[in-house]
Design a protein around this ligand. Structure first.
Ligand code: UN1
Length: 514
């Protein structure tokens, strides 16, 4: 493989563009299609990162075969030994953190400090799951009968299909692959087409860490050509997907045909409630970070503020001031607060929702692409945007924009705030700012999301608690924490009768009255 981490600055026009390959059965291989696609820098699209394999069903099939072949050996490897490979991988991530973070900022635009955080999340989950190699707790319970043993163990499922988004291009693949691998599955990994370079660097380190050939296979390409064949394959036992709802639905339909285990992590429309007793400075800071960090491109990003009428003016004043101070630019520049959107489609989507928003609320600040500003001409930059006086059921308060567009809704009390907060089809993250402990506990109970924050924004989940959402945010599974093992394992109940005679179970030994 031509493996270079190109300089952080834009490639010279006419400079050579490296070509990257799939990893199948421990070998770097070109796609059978002979086609490639480009990954470019969203802060400056003249900077081409590389050509990547435009794989199709035949490449997916080869990767699945490799994973199937590697499975018996990996499954038979004791879990603590599998965990040791994860430890080595985690250590390599630590060693290469800065290089990976730079490559990430260049490929998908998030500012360097956040890119480092993304790699850190990968490190954290790798260490956590490495430890699962020595835990992976099951139950040992007393039997109903004498001289009989009863216990349960987790077993791997087989080949895991891992299909990931571009917005956390190291963290999310690690969230999925680490629990899959430590529990004895082998992996076929199809990353988003906006971040194939990060995926390539990641699997290269995995191979270096000592995952045996075929245990981890990488196939780049489009969702339709390379992803769907993985979902449809009878030889893939479990799919874990993070991405948009429409793709999630198509995957769910296909997976259902084979009763395939499927974990979906889809959209969000995360709200922050600000009560009249909240500290307005603290709330404004949390909102700005949650709404405009990662340019609003997190599943957990805050896109709705539900503010008590008594605080809405001081809050909006702070938010507008905060937004005015945010510096847009290339994420490699330490002065940058907000990087570009990932691609031209994302820019068009944000602009389209701003047009919708003009009819649904009052524009406070922003509202346009920022590509007319000096230095931003060649990137997908959009000005952080706030609308006020938005009605709870307005489109900009209901639909996931996945960009820096925030809708502020005014309410008159806690009951109304909780109702509005829950009035969406999604349920990933939520937050309340209040100094009233009773209200905080009511919110913990009432907010119908998988993650609830008190006096903090909606982003920044830690890797050792379950991550995921209710309603159309997913299909009930959770990532991260020990809950992640539930996606990639199934339970086996084991009974050992050491009495040396036939003992009928309690249910089979009911003589009846008299
Ligand atoms: C995502 O956007 O899909 O909680 C993941 C957070 C991060 C993960 C976000 N730890 O904001």
């Amino acid at each position: 493989m031509t493996e270079t981490v190109a300089p952080a600055t834009a490639a010279q026009p006419g400079g050579t563009v490296p070509t990257f390959l799939n990893l199948i059965d421990g070998e770097w291989r070109p796609s059978v299609t002979g086609r490639t696609f480009r990954s470019t820098n969203p802060a400056d699209t003249r900077d081409v990162i590389g050509e990547f394999q435009a794989s199709d069903a035949a490449d997916a099939a080869a990767a699945i075969r490799a994973a199937e072949t590697a499975y018996p050996g990996w499954r038979a490897t004791p879990a603590p030994k599998r965990g040791e490979v994860l430890y080595r991988f985690a250590a390599l991530l630590v060693e290469h953190k800065e290089r990976l973070a730079q490559a990430m900022t260049r490929e998908m635009g998030k500012v360097l400090a956040e890119a480092r955080g993304d790699v850190q999340e990968g490190i954290d989950i790798a260490f956590l799951m490495a430890g699962e190699g020595r835990r992976m707790f099951g139950d040992t319970v007393p039997s109903e009968l004498p001289d009989k043993w009863a216990m349960s163990i987790r077993e791997p499922l087989g080949v895991a299909g891992i299909i990931t988004p571009w917005n956390f291009p190291i963290a999310i693949p690690c969230w999925k692959m680490m629990p899959a691998l430590v529990s004895g599955n082998t992996v076929v990994f199809k990353p988003a087409s906006d971040a194939p370079h990060c995926a390539t660097l990641l699997v290269k380190l995995m191979a270096e860490a000592g995952f045996p050939p075929g245990t981890v296979n990488l196939v780049t390409g489009s969702g339709e050509e390379a992803g769907m064949p993985i979902v449809a394959s009878p030889d893939v036992s479990v799919i874990s997907f993070t991405g948009n709802g429409a793709t999630g639905r198509a995957i769910a339909v296909e997976a259902a045909r084979r009763f395939k285990r499927l974990s979906l992590e889809l959209g969000g429309k995360n709200g922050i409630v600000v009560m009249d007793d909240a500290d307005p400075d603290l709330a404004a800071e949390g909102i700005l970070w949650s709404a405009f960090g990662t340019t609003g491109q997190r599943c957990t990003a805050c896109s709705r503020v539900i503010a008590h009428r008594a605080v809405v003016e001081p809050l909006l004043e702070r938010l507008a001031r905060g937004v005015a101070g945010l510096r847009l630019g290339n994420g490699l520049d330490p002065a940058t607060d907000v990087g570009p959107l990932v691609n031209a489609g994302a820019l068009d989507k944000a602009a389209g929702y701003v047009e919708v928003g003009r009819g649904e609320g009052e524009l406070v600040i922003g509202g346009a692409p920022a590509t007319d500003r000096p230095g931003l001409e060649h990137g997908h930059f959009f000005a952080p945007t706030i609308f006020r006086d938005v009605m709870p059921l307005a489109r900009i308060a209901q639909e996931e924009i996945f960009g820096p567009v925030l809708a502020v809704i005014t309410v008159d009390g806690y009951e109304e705030a909780a109702m509005v907060l829950n009035q969406t089809r999604y349920g990933l993250s939520s937050s309340i700012y209040t100094r009233d402990v009773n209200l905080a506990f009511r919110a913990m109970r009432d907010f119908g999301t998988g993650i609830v924050y008190v006096n903090a924004g909606t982003i920044g989940a830690e890797t050792h608690l379950p991550f995921g959402g209710t309603k159309q945010t997913g299909n009930g599974h959770r990532e991260a924490g020990h809950a992640a093992l539930d996606t990639f394992t199934e339970w086996k109940a084991i009974y050992v009768d050491y009495s040396g005679r036939l003992q009928r179970a309690q249910i089979d030994n009911q003589p009846g009255p008299g």
